[in-house]
Design a protein. Structure first.
Length: 659
C-alpha cells in the first residue's frame, strides 16, 4: 500500500531521524526530530539552567540555536540587566548567534535572518513559533527541556499532529486584512474543532501578502493549533528574492564586496523553486474547512477572549470607549501593519484621553517605517513609541491596562489580566481598526474615518470531517530494550473536559521543592477529587476527557501521576504542553477519543473518579487495546523515540545517556 503524505508530513520527513529504509512518517507517529534551528528568548536563562543540570559539556551544533532577547526589554533593573548579560556571555562562550534587547522580537528575527525558510522545520520555546508557517515553513513550539535537549544532542522527540486543511475561496473585500480573517475563524470555530492540529492553508492564498500570512499563521496558536503552514508560491519566492537582494546590499555596505549571507542566498531560493514540496493527491486530513473570503468583513475579538468575535458594524453601534490602543507584538507590527495604521491616522490626532502605543517588530522594521515616513506620521498623530520587542502584549513595561479600562490591541491574546488589570477589558483588531479606534476614541473600523462601509453579513465557512483509514505507524513493530510493550490493568475514568494542571497537582505544592514522591502521590488530583489518590491502584490506566492538562506548564502534574503508580493516561485530547511535559518526565499519554465517548455512553452518571471494571490488555507497539468485554480499540503506536525516553525515565536522563 502506497503511503500518501500531506505537506506537514513531508516537511517533517526531512527532519526525522532513525527511520528505516522506505519508512514514511504519518500523523500520530512518535519520532525523533533534528530541527533546522531552535530559538529561545528571555527564557534562555531557564534553558541554560536545564542545560547545566544535565551536565552537557558543549553544544551539539552551536549554529542550531538562536538567542533573541525580546520579552522584558523595557526592564532596566539591575537584576534583569544581569540576566541579559549572562545570556550574552553564555552565547559568546559557545559561539551561539545572539540578538540583544532592542533588535526585535525573536520570531521576526528568525524570519528576517533566514533561520527559518520554506519547507524547513524550525522550533522555538515559545507558543508563537507557528508564525514561521507564513513563509511555508513548519514552525512549532517546544518546552524548555526540549530546547536543552536540542542544544546538547541536536534532537528531541515529537508526535506528528493530525493535519487539517483550510481552503480559501473567493476574494477579500477592499480593506479586509489577514487579521480580520483569523479573528473571524477563531470566533467561528470556537469549540476546539482544530485543537492540537497542524493546518495547511490552500486555495486562493495569493491575495495574502507575506505579512498577512505571518499574521494568520501566528494566530493559529490562539485557534488551538500546533502549526499553520501556507504553500510556497510566487508570492513567497518574490519575498525571498527581494529579501536576498536587501540583505546582500546591507551586508556589502557593512562587511565589504565579498559578503555572503550565511542563510539567505539566491542559490538557496533556486533550490526551493526547483524542488517544490506539495502534498500527495489523496493525502489524509482530519478536517477540511472551506472559507468564503467574500463573506469576511473586519471583526474584533473580545472582550478578554479570542474565541468571541464581533463584526465592526455591530460593535460600532455600542460606542465602546477606548482608553488604550496598541500596535505592537509579533503578530501585527511589521512594516505593512505600520503603513496601514499611518494611512488611517494621517491628518488626525489621537483622541484626548486615549494612549496609543506603537512598537515595531524589529529594529529593521522600525528603520524601514521611519524611512517611508509612516513612523513619523504615527508619532505626529500622538502615538507613543516603545522599543522593538514584546512589552504590553504580555503585561510587561509601559502602558498596561488599569482597573476598568478598555484596550484595543493588534496583538494575538487578550486573556483576562494578560495586558494589565484583570478588571480591564481587552479587545483585538487589525492595525487599521486599532488606529481608527485611537483616533475616534471608541472601538470602530477605518470606515469611521474614511467612510468605507460593509454589509453586515455572517461569515461563511464550512467544516467537514473526512473518514481516514488507519495506516501503519512509524513504530513498525520495533521495541527498544527495556520498554514494556504491553500493559494490563483497569481503566479509571475521570470524566472531565479541560481538567487543568492545578486540578491534577495543586498550585500550593508546586513551588515546594522538598516534597517527597510519596506525598506527591497522595495529593495528586486533590483539587479535582480529594478521593482520587485513595481509589487508584498501581498499574491502573487513567482515562480523562478532552483537553486534559490545560493550564500551566508545571511538570509535577505529570510526575505526581507517575508516583501514584499510573503508567499511562488516555484522553480524548491533551494540552500539547502537558503532553510534552508528561513524556519528557516518563509518563506515557495517548489520545483515544473513541474510548472516551464509549465510556461516557456506558457510564452516563457523572462520577469524579470511577473504577470502571474494564480490564484491558494494551499493545503499545502495534497500537491495539483489548477490553475484557470483547471490544478492541486502535490506539496510537509508541515509536522508538518515545520508547527511549520512557525507558530512560525522562528526556533529561535520555540526554545524559546520550552525552
Amino acid at each position: 500500500m502506497t503511503v500518501k503524505q500531506n505537506l506537514i508530513e513531508k516537511i517533517v520527513q526531512k527532519y526525522t531521524l532513525d527511520l528505516q529504509e522506505g519508512q514514511k512518517v504519518k500523523s500520530g507517529d512518535f519520532i525523533s526530530i533534528s530541527p533546522e534551528h531552535v530559538m529561545t528568548h528571555d527564557n534562555t536563562g531557564a534553558v541554560m539552567k536545564k542545560f547545566k543540570e544535565i551536565g552537557a559539556p558543549k553544544f551539539n551544533d552551536p549554529k542550531q540555536p538562536i538567542f533573541a532577547l525580546d520579552h522584558d526589554v523595557q526592564n532596566k533593573s539591575e537584576k534583569n540587566l544581569e540576566k541579559y548579560k549572562n545570556i550574552e556571555e553564555f552565547a559568546a562562550k559557545y559561539g551561539v548567534d545572539f540578538y540583544p534587547a532592542g533588535r526585535g522580537i525573536g520570531h521576526q528575527i528568525v524570519v528576517e535572518e533566514g533561520y527559518t525558510f520554506p519547507y524547513a522545520m524550525t522550533v522555538a520555546s515559545d507558543s508563537h513559533s507557528n508564525t514561521y508557517g507564513g513563509i511555508g515553513a513548519l514552525g512549532t513550539p517546544i518546552v524548555r527541556t526540549d530546547a536543552a535537549s536540542i542544544w546538547a544532542t541536536g534532537r528531541t522527540w515529537w508526535q506528528v499532529p493530525p493535519v487539517a486543511k483550510v481552503e480559501f475561496k473567493g476574494k477579500l473585500q477592499p480593506g479586509v486584512t489577514g487579521k480580520d480573517v483569523i479573528i473571524t475563524l477563531c470566533g467561528l470555530f470556537n469549540h476546539d474543532e482544530v485543537l492540537n492540529c497542524a493546518l495547511e492553508f490552500t486555495g486562493n492564498v495569493e491575495q495574502f501578502s507575506i505579512s498577512e500570512r505571518l499574521t494568520i499563521a501566528n494566530m493559529t496558536t490562539e485557534w488551538g493549533c500546533l502549526a499553520g503552514v501556507f504553500p510556497v508560491d510566487q508570492v513567497t519566492i518574490d519575498f525571498y528574492k527581494d529579501r536576498a537582494e536587501k540583505v546582500l546590499k546591507a551586508g556589502i555596505a557593512k562587511h565589504g564586496a565579498k559578503f555572503v549571507h550565511p542563510r539567505i542566498t539566491m542559490k538557496r531560493i533556486e533550490e526551493i523553486v526547483n524542488n517544490p514540496i506539495v502534498p500527495d493527491e489523496g493525502a489524509d486530513y482530519v478536517k477540511h474547512i472551506v472559507v468564503d473570503l467574500d463573506s469576511i468583513i473586519p471583526h474584533v475579538a473580545g472582550p478578554n477572549s479570542v474565541k468571541v468575535s464581533t463584526s465592526i458594524p455591530q460593535i460600532e453601534k455600542e460606542k465602546i470607549t477606548v482608553h488604550k490602543a496598541y500596535l505592537v507584538s509579533c503578530v501585527n507590527s511589521r512594516t505593512k501593519d505600520l503603513h496601514e495604521a499611518a494611512e488611517i491616522v494621517k491628518g488626525h490626532k489621537v483622541k484626548e484621553g486615549v494612549e496609543f502605543y506603537i512598537a515595531a517588530a524589529s529594529s529593521e522594521v522600525q528603520k524601514e517605517s521611519e524611512e517611508s515616513g509612516d513612523w513619523n506620521t504615527l508619532i505626529e498623530a500622538g502615538a507613543i513609541p516603545l522599543p522593538a520587542g514584546c512589552g504590553p502584549c504580555i503585561g510587561l513595561g509601559t502602558g498596561l491596562l488599569k482597573d476598568n479600562e478598555v484596550g484595543i490591541s493588534a496583538t494575538n491574546r487578550n486573556f483576562k489580566g494578560r495586558m494589565g488589570s484583570p478588571l480591564a477589558k481587552a479587545y483585538l483588531g487589525s492595525p487599521a481598526v486599532v488606529a481608527a479606534s485611537a483616533i475616534m476614541g471608541y472601538i470602530c473600523g477605518p470606515g469611521a474615518i474614511n467612510g468605507t462601509t460593509y454589509d453586515d453579513i455572517p461569515p461563511v465557512a464550512e467544516l467537514t470531517t473526512p473518514k481516514i483509514e488507519k495506516t501503519a505507524a512509524a513504530a513498525g513493530g520495533q521495541v527498544v530494550e527495556g520498554f514494556q510493550g504491553t500493559l494490563e490493568g483497569e481503566l479509571v475514568f475521570c470524566d472531565a473536559d479541560n481538567l487543568n494542571t492545578d486540578g491534577i497537582y495543586p498550585g500550593k505544592y508546586t513551588y515546594q521543592d522538598d516534597i517527597p514522591r510519596e506525598t506527591m502521590a497522595k495529593v495528586v488530583m486533590e483539587n479535582y477529587d480529594p478521593e482520587f489518590a485513595a481509589q487508584v491502584q498501581k498499574n491502573d490506566v487513567v482515562v480523562g476527557g478532552f483537553n486534559f492538562g490545560t493550564g500551566s506548564s508545571r511538570e509535577q502534574a505529570a510526575t505526581a501521576l507517575l508516583y501514584a503508580g499510573i503508567p499511562l493516561v488516555f484522553s480524548g485530547s491533551f494540552s500539547e504542553t502537558y503532553k510534552r511535559n508528561a513524556i519528557n518526565n516518563g509518563l506515557l499519554v495517548l489520545e483515544t477519543p473513541e474510548l472516551v465517548q464509549d465510556l461516557r455512553e456506558a457510564f452516563p452518571e457523572k462520577v469524579l473518579t470511577r473504577r470502571t471494571g474494564w480490564k484491558v490488555k494494551i499493545d503499545l507497539i502495534n497500537g491495539k487495546m483489548e477490553v475484557e468485554n470483547g471490544k478492541t480499540y486502535n490506539i496510537p503506536t509508541v515509536g522508538t523515540a518515545a520508547q527511549e525516553i520512557i525507558v530512560a525515565g525522562g528526556l533529561e536522563n535520555w540526554v545524559k545517556n546520550r552525552i
